[in-house]
Write a protein that binds this ligand. Structure first.
Ligand code: FMN
Length: 185
């Protein structure tokens, strides 16, 4: 985990944010993938936020196994993490939600992510109406707006090597220990 944190911190010097592809799968094994932002690295995994009612949220509720992949071209690195995504406690999600720009909070509050959308003006009207109704008061976090802690079971560190002889080191959790092995590129 210190190595993972080290890579994430180094990437901050070359990348604007920790954008990652997040893969989830339905219970019948059908995968889907989309970009998310990793917001925090903990001693056990990584944290991201999303709408629990979205497609990914619905998939994670029934099948919490997920994977993320980060690619940092300037560093010639790829980082892969697999594990179980568990929902964060409400207090932590509240505090992150309210740290976001007000416009983002309003958009999250009116939007039911992944549902079919009405017209653009209609959605803008939802935001405007909520802003007026709140009269500057705190935007209530919708209960569906969630945080997830993806606890690492498998982590792979990939570094570009000369002549495509890349370096791959995989850490696989086995109880309280990690099995470490190098993989062929
Ligand atoms: C760079 C980038 C970062 C994103 N970060 C997030 C995020 O942190 N959380 C989120 O819910 N959606 C994020 N999105 C939007 C998702 O890619 C996606 O459109 C949305 O979550 C709906 O996905 P779903 O319908 O598969 O659940 C991001 C998109 C991009 C391009």
């Amino acid at each position: 985990m210190p190595l993972l944190l080290g890579w994430m911190q180094e990437a901050k010097t070359t990348e604007p944010g920790w954008a990652a592809a997040l893969a989830t799968a339905s219970t019948d094994g059908r995968p889907s993938v989309r970009m998310i932002l990793v917001k925090e690295v903990t001693a056990r995994g990584v944290i991201f936020y999303s709408d629990a009612g979205s497609r990914k949220g619905a998939e994670l509720r029934l099948n919490p196994w997920a994977a993320i992949c980060l690619h940092w071209p300037a560093l010639g690195r790829q980082l892969r993490v697999e594990g179980l995504a568990r929902r964060l406690p409400a207090a932590k999600v509240d505090s992150y939600f309210h740290s976001r720009p007000r416009a983002s909070q309003l958009a999250a509050a009116v939007s039911h992510q992944s549902r079919p959308a009405p017209s653009r003006p209609q959605m803008e009207a939802w935001v405007d109406r909520m802003a007026v109704e709140l009269q500057g008061a705190e935007v209530p976090r919708p209960r569906r707006w969630a945080g997830y802690h993806l606890e690492c079971e498998v982590v792979e560190f990939w570094r570009e090597g000369p002549g495509r002889l890349h370096h791959r080191v995989e850490f696989r959790r086995v109880g309280a220990l990690w099995r470490v092995r190098e993989l062929q590129p």
